[in-house]
Design a protein around this ligand. Structure first.
Ligand SMILES: [Zn+2]
Length: 215
């Protein structure tokens, strides 16, 4: 009896996460990966969801894959930095990189926290165009620890998304704008002034270090 109850609870949580991801218009394959259910089941959920509630948009085709996009657009860079900070604080991104994060990161518990990060972010930044598919790409990339990382802005201490290999951006765009240095607007340009041992970027801590300045 106990075993079947546990199984029921686990299954219910999978379905609830899948429904949450459907509301956030996530692609089917990602829903399968995070909720651990088949694509047939996801399609059934889409049908039942759309017959009883507001129709959600179902995105087709491959998920976004280009990480450089997060650094290129000033707006997307700022938004990605903010949600990455939230994802660290809420324990979505592990303290240590995990191998093959695309395969090993997704599970129901982390998926619930990732949805919570996105929902908080949407409340803080209702004008944002960041999609949940982009958040999944970002979270997975940060968990893998290969290309991107989140550090603290050298001035306001807010979360700042940077290229792991470059480590060029020392100030967030808000601080750069305030200090009159925000003349780049493209990936790869850098603020090297004042670089020295005291200015080396320190990785953001996974918990207990809430984002102070989102924008
Ligand atoms: Zn800053």
């Amino acid at each position: 009896m106990r075993i079947s109850e546990d199984r029921y609870t686990r299954d219910l949580k999978r379905i609830q996460l899948a429904q949450r991801l459907i509301r956030h218009e996530v692609r089917t394959q990602s829903i399968c990966d995070w909720a651990g259910i088949t694509d047939d089941r996801v399609r059934n959920l889409y049908r039942s969801y759309n017959s009883t509630s507001l129709v959600t948009q179902r995105h087709r085709g491959p998920s976004p894959k280009r990480l450089a996009t997060f650094l290129r657009s000033p707006r997307l860079h700022t938004e990605a930095s903010a949600i990455a900070g939230l994802a660290y604080v809420l324990g979505v991104i592990p303290a240590k990189p995990i191998p093959d994060a695309r395969r090993n990161l997704p599970n129901v518990e982390v998926g619930e926290r990732m949805c919570l990060s996105f929902e908080i972010f949407q409340k803080v930044a209702p004008e944002s165009t960041l999609t949940m598919d982009q958040v999944i790409l970002l979270v997975t990339a940060l968990a893998s620890g290969e290309e991107l990382m989140v550090v603290h802005c050298g001035n306001c201490h807010g979360a700042l998304l940077v290229d792991r290999m470059g480590l060029k951006r020392r100030l967030c765009r808000s601080c750069k704008r305030t200090s009159g240095q925000d003349s780049d607007g493209v990936s790869g340009s850098c603020d090297r002034s004042g670089d020295g041992p005291e200015n080396i970027l320190t990785p953001i801590e996974p918990v207990g270090n809430p984002q102070r300045t989102l924008f």
